[in-house]
Write a new protein. Structure first.
Ligand SMILES: *Cc1c(COP(=O)(O)O)cnc(C)c1O
Length: 381
């Protein structure tokens, strides 16, 4: 039996990616700038709308790092970050010598709880006599957050927002693309995300001027002189023209990918509906429009006859099906031991009961049927 993977890369049938790569070779633009980079950024700006400007970068992590540099985050500062996430959301806070303050999730979206966020802001002000330097909400597995409430709190306390929309590429909140609500937004084009450039990311910027400044830091902070003059520390974070060629090709099948991920969500909901103790995470109401990057389930052993998420994971594995536990909350990670955290039990409960199911464009309906059949077997035995 062929192995079913969580989320594999998938190239366009028309071979658009190869066409743009070949163009780059033929014109010798095999460098971290060029026509593909400019055109990919235009494509992304078209998707964002809302007057946003986009810089293509070497990774989503680099995008978060540059956003924090743009916001002047430095030693002694605090930055509020969603606890339920991948470590890449929080690591750049530490790169800047600042301290992450972790905020737990609410039950609907699994993303940052606005009430806890406000409490965290108040505590940070009490500790430091000033508000935190930034807020980083995340769109876990593609699900939008209560971003209106988060933005409202951020504006009241005058704190900039960096949306980590690495997993939410193409997701919308009340019709607006996630990543375009805050001061900055992050995209990731790693191999396992909604679209890929083999590895890469982008930063959504609020203005042309901010974009120019981000490009300056992303290319070693070189001053405009004929010789190499540096007044600030820079980074080598630009996307290569080859990777951007893949990205341009992938943009032609974004809608196809989105509908495939959503079709799989509907499939899992329909075929798992009659199984006690298995709940598929769906859009909580019509304001949410998730890309369902990874479809996720919650396993309640009290209702499955004692079968836990990890029993299920092991059974799926024995059937050649990859599944994965949900992110382990940052406030429980040894590396962030001692960081302030506002915790309500939601993220730890998700981690202790949740599983990601295969969801990419390479997962066929026949594969999905094999997956739900294996889940039913595990619970019957
Ligand atoms: C993938 C991911 C990132 C980082 O993106 P890279 O391109 O891999 O650096 C950041 N945040 C979240 C939530 C992610 O899932």
């Amino acid at each position: 039996m062929e192995k079913i993977w969580l989320c594999l890369a998938h190239m366009s049938d028309a071979g658009e990616e190869m066409k743009y790569i070949r163009e780059a070779f033929d014109t010798n633009w095999v460098v971290p700038l060029g026509p593909n980079v400019n055109a990919f950024e235009k494509d992304l700006e078209g998707l964002c709308g809302n007057g946003k400007h986009v810089v293509a970068l070497s990774s989503g992590t680099a995008a978060i790092h540059l956003s924090l540099i743009m916001l002047g985050v430095s030693r002694g500062d605090e930055v509020i970050c969603q606890s339920m996430t991948f470590s890449a959301s929080a690591n750049p806070i530490v790169y800047q010598g600042a301290t992450p303050v972790f905020v737990d999730s609410e039950r609907d979206s699994w993303n940052m709880d606005p009430n806890l966020l406000e409490e965290a802001v108040k505590q940070s002000i009490a500790r430091n006599g000033r508000p935190p330097k930034a807020i980083i909400p995340v769109y876990l597995y593609g699900m939008p957050a209560y971003i209106d409430d988060i933005m409202d709190i951020a504006r009241r306390y005058e704190i900039p927002v960096v949306e980590d929309s690495a997993e939410g590429f193409g997701s919308r909140w009340r019709g607006q693309l996630v990543g375009t609500f805050g001061d900055y937004g992050i995209m990731s084009f790693n191999g396992n995300k909604m679209i890929t450039t083999s590895g890469g990311g982008a930063l959504i910027c609020p203005s042309e001027e901010a974009k120019r400044r981000v490009m300056f830091y992303a290319t070693q902070a070189r001053e405009p002189m004929p010789y190499y003059l540096h007044k600030e520390i820079g980074y080598n974070y630009r996307m290569s023209n080859i990777c951007a060629g893949i990205g341009r090709g992938q943009m032609t099948i974004l809608n196809e990918h989105l509908s495939h991920h959503r079709m799989l969500c509907d499939f899992y909901v329909e075929h798992l509906a009659d199984i006690d103790g298995i709940t598929v995470h769906v859009n909580p109401d019509e304001r949410f429009d998730s890309n369902f990057w990874l479809n996720t389930i919650i396993v309640d052993p009290a209702k499955t006859g004692g079968v836990t998420y990890d029993d299920l994971r092991q059974h799926l594995d024995s059937q050649g099906i990859e599944s994965r536990p949900l992110w382990k909350p940052m406030h429980t990670q040894p590396v962030f031991n001692g960081a302030p955290a506002l915790v309500n039990g939601v993220s730890e409960n998700l981690f202790n009961h949740g599983l990601c199911l295969p969801s990419g464009p390479m997962v066929t309906e026949a594969d999905a049927l094999r997956i739900v059949t294996a889940i039913k077997e595990a619970i019957k035995n």
